[in-house]
Design a protein around this ligand. Structure first.
Ligand SMILES: Nc1ncnc2c1ncn2[C@@H]1O[C@H](COP(=O)(O)OP(=O)(O)OP(=O)(O)O)[C@@H](O)[C@H]1O
Ligand SMILES: [Mg+2]
Length: 254
């Protein structure tokens, strides 16, 4: 039975209920530590990934406000929409994103070894992870392997230790998915129009459900816990100032 007190995160609305009846039927996930809430967000340029990621960070902070949530934001590209966060101690851009990874990964290891008994939720949100991985592979293979290994460990061990990662990228290339690791994401979102190969890689068992469907910006599919596929609508932000203020405060903690 679902615990009604479990903290929940709204990913957006059911797309068909919205498109057909203007009904706001939230699609929510359980974000208690016992559930897998690692998030993978894919989509072509301009499909609305960063926009959705921003909202997810905001809602996550709110959903966990009584649980002393800790958030680190890695923005590889230094996207304009996040420029207001520059200067926040927990906002990292370009190659400094690796520092955010190191901090979150060290927390994981300290918890795993028993040295750190805290279990407040720690989240690393990483925009354009794959672009960074590919770039680093060209520059320094070893450093790229170290980075990907840390991400894998967070994916594998994070759930029971309350350490979560939310990654966004244009294409989730195979290197991001060493054997079976797709299963480590409890939430897989494909935003906007996507090529068949992306669906085949991420949603191989749900091809029938995506066939013939068209998705615009801020729309797409979400696969929940590897089993349930829903069509998702990401609403326009109603109160941008409030969203920014909340993110700013959370990322300003030392
Ligand atoms: N759900 C939405 N509702 C309203 N506007 C949106 C929505 N999603 C995205 N947009 C707008 O569309 C534009 C592109 O979105 P966004 O930057 O999030 O795309 P992206 O997938 O991150 O692209 P890139 O790969 O270039 O970083 C932005 O101006 C954003 O404000
Ligand atoms: Mg973006």
């Amino acid at each position: 039975m679902m615990n009604s007190k479990a903290p929940r995160l709204a990913l957006g609305y059911d797309l068909d209920a919205w498109a057909n009846f203007r009904e706001k039927e939230p699609i929510e996930i359980d974000i208690s530590p016992s559930e897998n809430s690692h998030i993978l967000l894919c989509g072509m340029s301009g499909s609305g990934k960063s926009y959705q990621e921003h909202q997810l960070l905001y809602r996550l902070i709110r959903a966990e406000q009584d649980r002393d949530g800790e958030y680190y934001f890695a923005d590889y590209k230094g996207d304009d929409s996040f420029s207001y966060l520059r200067g926040c101690p927990r906002y990292y851009t370009y190659k400094n994103t690796l520092t955010a990874l190191d901090i979150v990964h060290s927390r994981l290891i300290a918890r795993q070894s028993g040295e750190d008994a805290t279990r407040n939720p720690v989240t690393l949100v990483w925009d354009e992870y794959m672009a960074q991985a590919l770039n680093l592979m060209n520059e320094d293979r070893k450093a790229a392997a170290v980075m990907m290994n840390k991400v894998s460990e967070i994916l594998l061990l994070g759930r029971s230790l309350s350490v979560r990662i939310s990654i966004s990228c244009q294409r989730a290339d195979a290197i991001a998915f060493p054997a079976g690791s797709r299963l480590n994401y409890g939430v897989i979102i494909v935003c906007g129009a996507a090529v068949r190969s992306i669906y085949e890689m991420l949603l191989p068992d749900h091809m029938e459900q995506v066939k013939g469907r068209q998705f615009g910006r801020g729309e797409g599919v979400v696969l929940l816990q590897g089993s349930t596929l829903r069509y998702l609508k990401v609403p326009a932000v109603r109160d941008e100032a409030r969203m920014r203020q909340t993110c700013l405060e959370a990322l300003s903690r030392e």
